[in-house]
Design a protein around this ligand. Sequence first.
Ligand code: GRG
Length: 282
Amino acid sequence: MAELDLRAYLALRLPEVERALDAALPERGAWPEPLARAMRHLVFPGGKRLRAALALASAEAVGAEPSRAVPMAVAIELVHTYSLIHDDLPCMDDDDLRRGRPTVHVAHGEAEAVLAGDALLALAFEVLLGTAGADAAAVRDAAHDLARAAGARGLVGGQIDDLRFDPAGADAKSIESVHARKTAALFTCAAVGGARLAGADAAALRRLRDFGERLGIAFQIADDALDADAGDACSYLRVAGERGARERAEALLEEALAALDAFGERADALRAIARAGVRRSE
Ligand code: GRG
């Protein structure tokens, strides 16, 4: 069977997310100008929008219009962007460049970057909780999932364990535990949340959770392999080398894809996104 043309799929689906992101963000003059500019800096142009695409494709996998997942797609990109802004700060990774452009604190100042991140995180929940036309319990559950994924049990907890990671005690399990929280929690939230807004049943949500958890870890291990020279303490390369990391990422990708079997062809976009995310070359 021919594989879905991912480039065409994203070109068709993502413009709706870009428009919704633009509408959610402050216009010139509407909010304090320095904050509005700092908030927009990293959202436009964005990155691969992988998490947004997962949310839309999950709605499709459960037989719904991808548009129903747009609030989830927007919310997840806003949380992802906040995390990148804060990760780049001098007190964390201290990076000057992100996506080939000056980071937010370099372009707009450190206080503005902290506050822009805070405001993007809050805006994510404003957008998600404002979802129109979806079941109220589904919206609440999606917001609850996002809060957990973004907080101490997810992104923030994974980030501090990464920052304080002791390479002397590193093994595959401890590294995957950090990856599961720092990276896979948001992937899972995107996949499950998109389907929640689309009215998916419990069995479908379970399959998407399995898919997201494995895909997110595979994505981060593939990222470790791409960043082979970085020498990060919490990199899978420390315990398995580059080849071992690529093999582990492939094995997890296969497990993620197996979790989609019951969806049949409707999950082809999810499959294509997963393969492209794990097998990317940059
Ligand atoms: C500061 C709360 C807080 C969290 C930081 C996101 C993060 C945690 C750190 C960024 C550095 C990093 C290696 C994160 C792991 C997740 C990851 C690979 C992010 C980059 O995701 P892509 O490739 O980025 O999807 P684009 O630019 O395409 O959006």
